[in-house]
Design a protein around this ligand. Structure first.
Ligand code: SF4
Ligand code: FES
Length: 312
């Protein structure tokens, strides 16, 4: 029994040695084979990549020198993600130390980080005056306009993330398509069947009526309210606070006339309309234009009830 076992072991050892020898021979053959020289195109690509990496490293060193020589710096932690670049397809955070200047906003700090550390850092912005609505972000756990948020009001590190409940396209940029679809669903433009008889006659609005809709006209389509809304997060079909505010803006405008008002109330009374709002006020709290969204939604509910009573 023990001899058999020894024989088996010897045989296995011989087989292993043979296999190892084969592998060594194979690897020698592989070592002997000359690697294929990269094509001229590939060489140019590699050289270009190396030059770009050198430039990036030099920019990083320069930015770090500037930050080190600054009296005061601010620490940003920025969400990064790029589905098209190897190594960035899983979300992660990048740290940037940016020289602080008086009056600096979160947007200013991001622009400095992009221009001095990493040109691939991606975010939307345009007016820098809280008008275009393109730079709503999730800063230190709350929806805010980056251009309206003072760095001096934030605790550090300043966490900068894309708007929650939206699909991230790249870094801080989210897909706004669904938000725009919800806005379009309430027909966000003036319509009326009650024009003055004389085409040159002005269509006047009373001062009181202007006051009623004044705040609702301030919306800049930033989507901060939609991103903060728990109901919208759980129900993709819900029109959401911004669209309902837009519906309020036109439904309450006396110049559109009674027929149009009925049409607008029918839109917001649909299954995923005004009755889905659970009056949580999160939208009102984050709106950068201070629009009393919850109040407007409540007013629409009252109008809807009156409308229904009329047709019973
Ligand atoms: S209602 Fe306010 S938070 Fe919502 S999209 Fe308009 S401006 Fe932005
Ligand atoms: S950049 Fe236009 S609202 Fe901030």
């Amino acid at each position: 029994m023990s001899t058999d076992a020894t024989e088996t072991t010897d045989a296995e050892t011989a087989a292993e040695t043979e296999t190892e020898t084969d592998a060594t021979a194979d690897s020698e053959v592989a070592t002997d084979a000359k690697p294929e020289a990269p094509s001229p195109g590939e060489q140019r690509r590699q050289a270009k990549q190396e030059r770009a990496a050198d430039r990036e490293a030099a920019a990083d060193r320069e930015a770090e020198d500037i930050a080190a020589s600054a009296d005061n710096t601010v620490h940003l932690r920025v969400f990064r993600y790029d589905p098209d670049v190897e190594g960035k397809t899983e979300p992660y955070f990048d740290d940037f130390h940016v020289p602080f200047t008086k009056g600096m906003t979160v947007l200013d700090a991001l622009i400095w980080a992009r221009d001095n550390y990493d040109p691939s850092l991606t975010f939307r912005h345009s007016c820098r005056q809280a008008i275009c609505g393109s730079d709503a972000l999730f800063v230190n756990g709350r929806q805010r306009l980056a251009c309206k948020t003072q760095i001096s009001d934030m605790s550090e590190p300043v966490m900068v993330e894309p708007l929650p409940h939206s699909e991230v396209e790249k870094d801080l940029v989210v897909d706004m398509e669904h938000f725009y679809d919800q806005m379009e669903a309430v027909e966000p433009y003036f319509q009326t069947n009650e024009l003055p008889e004389d085409e040159l006659e002005e269509q006047r609005q009373s001062r009181e009526n202007r006051e009623t809709i004044k705040m609702s006209t301030r919306c800049i389509w930033c989507s901060a309210c939609m991103s903060s809304c728990n109901i919208a997060a759980g129900n993709n079909e819900y029109l959401g606070p911004a669209a309902l505010n837009k519906a309020y803006r036109f439904a309450m405008d006396e110049r559109e006339g009674e027929d149009m008002k009925q049409h607008r109330l029918e839109i917001i009374e649909e299954e995923n309309g005004v009755w889905r709002c659970q009056t949580q006020f999160s939208c009102t709290e984050v709106c950068p234009k201070d629009i009393p969204l919850t109040e407007h939604i409540q007013a629409l509910k009252r109008e809807a009830v009156k409308h229904n009573l009329k047709f019973w």
